[in-house]
Design a binder for this molecule. Sequence first.
Ligand code: SF4
Length: 490
Amino acid sequence: MRSLSKSLYTRGLQCHKSLYLDRHRPELRSEPAPELEALWASGHKVGDFARMLFPGGVVVPFDGLTKEEQLAKTREEIARGTNAIYEATFVYDNVFVKADLLVRSRGSFDLYEVKSSTSVKEHYWDDVAIQYYVLSGSGIPMNKAYLVHINNSYVRNGDIVPEEFFVLQDITGVVKEKQAAIPDTLAEMRDMLRGEVPGIDIGPHCDDPYECDFKDHCWAHVPEHSVFSLRGRGIDPWELYRQGVVRLDDVPLDALNLMQRMQAEYFLDQKSHADPEKVREFLARIRYPLCFLDFETFGSAIPMFDGTRPYQQVPFQYSLHRIDAAGKEANHFEYLAAPDADPREELAEKLLGEIPEGACVLVYNIAFERRVLKELGEFLPGIRKRLSAVADGMIDLMEPFRRRDIYHWKMNGSYSLKSVLPVLVPEMTYKGLEISDGAMASEAYFTMGEISDPAERSRLRKALLEYCRQDTLGLVRLLEKLRSMAGAGS
Ligand code: SF4
């Protein structure tokens, strides 16, 4: 009988083919994206931290012990009467599981599954149900099953209080209900694994509940410009796919809403469009002194600083280009915090020293930059008014692109800076930069805090500064481009 594990079981629930490929063709699996690896690392930290809910327990480590040794150590701790076991390990029905927290409770045990999310999702139930099945089958007298997730309204004030930081949800009822179906589900999976690769086509299940790591393989027949490239709400691309429509060229235009139709038509004709009158109206609002601002932020599951919530985006870097008067050159200013220290006060003070009062501040995606300033103001009430004046002076350079006053088929229906810039200002490329997006930037900032080699730290620092500078220089060039398209002067 094929051995399975908790993660293989949940993989199989999402898609039999995914389980099959994992067991028989693992070489087809894609490398995990750096963001995903960062998410896993963060999940591990949260899992470790949750042990403080039941302190004084014993861990059964995965690394350094064979499976047999992990099983033996778990048995030992149970026999010894240990109150809390972290990563307790069991096998039953040839399914291997490690339970995040197993806690003694009046002659039986409670099972706790820790998630780094801020809410409970239904697919977590199966994750707990298979553990409950294995533990019960191993002869462990089971009492309750809980999901432990993060309380998103928790605000750090000094040491984190685990009982307030986590929310415990009793899901014993639903977990017990799921027990009866598990043997059949396991048998189906094992049957499937003995046969040929299942003939399962791609579908919404490829991303639900998790993005499948075999997508590069299964989606190879989907071209770059396909029904799945259609942006915004409108027709369900799966409806078209099921009708045999895959390429964007083949989409029936009548089935699309206005925005999607524009995307498809412009793609077919490879055309672009600009409405100089609307662009001029937008440009008329821009005045001097003129700043171009971009923040880089990180959000950690476990808040690092007082006054922050889980996953709150804390700014650690900004780039600012400033043009003091029409016809003048842009001056560049920047800030990058040293890792580990709370950067907010220093960053805010420096920023306010560089943005003149009453300045017009151009950003790309105003909601994000405004939220950063608002949260800085909440933390620093002494300068709240000045920060909010900066936010009031902001104009979103994304506006004309979101309205499609300017549109090019190569933008693929998107108005993100990473889609717009290469089309309108091709010389402003991110190619060749070590850091090329915000997720990589925040990862690099964390890495800087973890490494001690000064040369490596300085290399990352340089890469971060280069990336953020590129973002605001891109805005400077984009504005120049808009002005030339609209026939407007500076
Ligand atoms: S990409 Fe989709 S169809 Fe292919 S294995 Fe993954 S979930 Fe299944």
